[in-house]
Ligand binder design. Structure first.
Ligand code: MF3
Ligand code: CO
Length: 251
């Protein structure tokens, strides 16, 4: 069931979304060679709790941390660890869900650590642009498939792999609600967008082949060919005329 949020709910989701944006802004200066992903997790958890909010990922289906920290060929759900220390040339995706008064905000973006090569820059730039291509399709009357097709078209035009097994989602009281928002699909298919719906759009693109596998920890998703992956995500409200990004970038 796809829920339509009330004005009051939207206000709370705006607040949750803004905390997600502020957490990304807060953590960015720490993303430097030498820091471990466990330390990033600790800083993020402290930031979230000091803002009267909840790190929703912690304990979700047993997930042990407040953020996902996915380095290089890790596509999603990298578990923070003291042994995972950033080095110059890495890329790392920080993905976080924050709950405020029972409502969720969710955003991911990929950061460069120190100086990264041109291939990594290309992957990051075009994964973020693929996200905005998808977002540009959000308005009442359009369908989920319009978003999916726009993301896929942009990604494939730029020769990037579109991970199929993972998709975006509705969001509200729960971090994952209906509908599913795939990153590939066909225009004019799927559920119709209506004002008051809130969805997360989140292309996960690879520099090489799009195939992935799950590590034995049952969380970490990596590319099969070892190529780099990037992941950008926003929480997006469908408005009367178009959309509002509830997790705006503050940098
Ligand atoms: N933030 C992720 C998403 O975009 C979900 C995180 S999974 C968790 O859907 F287990 F870490 F919570
Ligand atoms: Co999400």
């Amino acid at each position: 069931m796809i829920t339509i949020k009330s004005e009051r709910e939207i206000e709370l989701m705006r607040h949750a979304g803004m905390l997600v944006s502020k957490m990304h802004q807060f953590i960015k200066p720490y993303i430097k060679p030498g820091i471990s992903t466990l330390e990033l997790d600790r800083l993020c958890e402290e930031f979230i709790r000091s803002n009267d909010a909840i790190p929703t990922e912690k304990g979700y289906e047993g997930y042990p941390a407040s953020i996902c920290a996915s380095i290089n060929d890790v596509v999603v759900h990298g578990i923070p660890h003291e042994k995972d220390v950033l080095k110059s040339g890495d890329i790392i995706t920080i993905d976080v869900v924050i709950g405020y008064k029972g409502y969720q905000g969710d955003a991911a973006w990929t950061y460069a650590v120190g100086e990264v090569d041109d291939n990594k820059k290309y992957l990051m730039e075009h994964t973020e642009k693929a996200l905005y291509e998808g977002i540009s399709m959000v308005k009442p009357g359009n369908r989920i498939g319009d978003i999916s097709a726009a993301v896929q078209k942009y990604a494939e035009k730029h020769n990037l792999g579109v991970v199929r097994e993972l998709c975006g989602h509705g969001i509200g009281k729960e971090m994952h609600e209906d509908p599913e928002v795939p990153n590939f699909g066909i225009e004019n298919t799927g559920p119709k967008l209506k004002p008051g719906m809130v969805i997360c759009i989140e292309p996960m693109l690879t520099f090489g082949k799009r195939d992935i596998y799950l590590l034995e920890d049952e969380w970490t998703v990596v590319t099969q060919d070892g190529s780099d992956a990037a992941h950008y995500e926003h929480t997006v409200l469908v408005t009367e005329n178009g959309y509002e990004i509830l997790t705006p970038r503050l940098d």
